[in-house]
Design a binder for this molecule. Structure first.
Ligand code: CA
Length: 227
């Protein structure tokens, strides 16, 4: 049974989310503000976090940033009420895995949450358990990424995308393929979500993110990993 942490201050929204997730077999944990959310995330090890952006005192962006800085690795999905906030979700390196625009359909929300959980808790069976390129080493089993001896924090989504690309080394991987692999066929986030995760991966892994040596753009087709 998966445990979901809901960080949301709006009572009616909390009730609706709680009902929906519990109906689908989740255990729910509710935090009514950011501080409480951080505390629960760190003490109660939820499998996934649904994080509202508009919260009293510290907002969802800050909660996400603080959790990632503290090494919290489970998927974080942001809830956003206004479309302009999406630019901040996908445009900033806050470490969120996905965003859900309010109002949302419960069916789509549950599908997306499940897709992230599937990727996070049961990485695809594959021969690849580790990878080395440049000064980067990756242990996919322990989800540890290092540059020389320094640990680099990748989100579960970033790690999943990277693994997919490494499994298809020297081949073009289309945005559509990445979307399907990470989010599943049931849901369709915008393809620029992929681009943002790729940008973040370059920032974290490439010596010069402006001139990537490993995660290459193939114009009009997608991305390619080369070592
Ligand atoms: Ca709110």
């Amino acid at each position: 049974m998966s445990k979901i942490l809901l960080i949301e201050d709006e009572k009616s929204m909390v009730q609706a989310l709680q009902d929906a997730f519990e109906f689908h077999g989740f255990t729910t944990l509710v935090a009514k503000d950011g501080e409480e959310g951080i505390k629960f995330a760190q003490n109660d090890s939820p499998d996934i976090v649904l994080l509202d952006i508009m919260l009293p005192s510290i907002d969802g962006f800050e909660v996400c940033r603080r959790l990632r800085n503290a090494g919290f690795a489970a998927p974080i999905l942001m809830l956003t009420a206004r479309s302009e906030e999406i630019d901040r979700v996908v445009g900033l390196e806050i470490g969120a895995d996905d965003y859900i625009l309010k109002p949302f359909s419960t069916r789509e929300l549950i599908a997306r949450v499940k897709a992230h959980l599937r990727r996070y808790s049961q990485p695809e069976n594959s021969a690849i358990t580790e990878a080395n390129f440049g000064n980067i080493s990756i242990d996919f089993i322990g989800s540890v990424v290092k540059r020389d001896e320094c640990t680099i924090d990748l989100t579960s989504t970033e790690l999943t995308i990277l693994k997919l690309m490494i499994e298809h080394k020297n081949q073009v991987v289309s945005r559509e393929k990445i979307l399907n692999y990470v989010w599943g066929y049931e849901v369709y986030p915008e393809s620029r979500t992929v681009d943002t995760h790729i940008l973040n991966l370059r920032q974290k892994l490439e010596s010069n993110p402006q001139k990537p040596q490993h995660i290459i753009t193939v114009h009009g087709q997608g991305y390619k990993f080369v070592s």
